[in-house]
Design a protein around this ligand. Sequence first.
Ligand SMILES: NC(=O)c1ccc[n+]([C@@H]2O[C@H](COP(=O)([O-])OP(=O)(O)OC[C@H]3O[C@@H](n4cnc5c(N)ncnc54)[C@H](O)[C@@H]3O)[C@@H](O)[C@H]2O)c1
Length: 385
Amino acid sequence: MSEKEVRRPRVVLVSVGSYGQKYLDEMTQHDAGGDVVGIVDVAENLADRFPVIREKRIPVYRSLRDFFAERQAELAVISSPIHLHAAMAEECLEKGANVLCEKPLCLTEAETLQLADRARETGRFLALGWQLNYDRAILSLKRDILDGRFGRPLRMRCVHAMRRGRNYYARSGWAGRITADGWEVLDSPFMNACAHNFQMMTFLLGESMETAEDVASVSGELYRGNPEVENYDIAALRFTTRHGTEMLYYTAHPLETRNLGQDGEARFERGTLTWGKGKHFIMRTDDGQEIDYGADGNTPMMQKLYDAIRCTREGEKPLCGPMAGLSHLHAVRLAQNLPVRDVDSAHVRWIEEGGDAFPCVRDLEDVFLASARQWALPGEIGLSL
Ligand SMILES: NC(=O)c1ccc[n+]([C@@H]2O[C@H](COP(=O)([O-])OP(=O)(O)OC[C@H]3O[C@@H](n4cnc5c(N)ncnc54)[C@H](O)[C@@H]3O)[C@@H](O)[C@H]2O)c1
């Protein structure tokens, strides 16, 4: 059978932790068009946590080396801790597997370019798990932006914060860390859990369907609301992109509201785009048109898996490749250089709920929403945490 005729790609799931288990669920509860032929994870007793492993007799390996010594796969789906992605992706490409790697791909531009080269040299694809880049509403909006329908982008802003407490940080050794086991991880809400809307803004302005608009500079305010976290966990950031668009982003974990936002707006020369949780992407043009692109939720989050399996089968390449995350990576690194202020513990109230404990910074929601309304950083309008 030729490469193009692989009717049901064999898939290896590399790490089935908090997020990776979604791939396991999707592939064992639905027909995604491929078959799981192995799992690679170092966690003990995985089959007790996921009985389906035993039911479907899925072999579990402790390393990619062990897996590839016995089996082959046309697609590897990597959901391991961030600092392991680059080496794992490279190993899979070298063994002839296409790769769908969870975001972020890695932590440096050099590694990103090296991995893109490895994918080219091996003739395999390296796709990333930025699910909004697979969203049909967002793709059709991006096509119209690229066609110049709304003119130049002037400014964009988005608030997206999610409450996270002790259990979230306790789930692994890299959560909330700047480094883990000597590796850089730079974990934060901006880097990780709430990265998607920022990456989407850069993706929407990218000069091609595969690329994202790069950032050139940052100013901003970083805070640590949860004293148990090493890195910052509250960020209000203003980037200027390479082509001069202002991008404001507000994100945090220590807040009372479980999910604040997403709530976004983008002004173009000839129109204003709005989007938000449960809302459609709507562009209102200056000549009175209202273009409804639909909601991002209409495309399933796992579309990326289905696209990767289809592309593996058809010998194609998913749109979201290594370059799609490069601008977010630059933004994370720029932000990481800003000073971090500790929020006074008198402003942090701990609440207990569902066996978890959450630090909540007083009035954080109001500070973010008021700042976003005025396209400002909190300090610029006299607010502080
Ligand atoms: N796309 C999204 O919406 C989304 C959401 C959450 C997380 N993620 C991404 O998914 C990735 C994993 O995040 P997580 O929160 O699930 O992490 P996690 O720490 O909860 O899980 C990591 C898994 O990797 C396994 N692991 C650790 N070392 C390993 C090794 N050497 N070899 C094989 N497996 C190993 C662990 O046992 C665990 O099962 C990250 O890149 C994260 O950014 C994406």
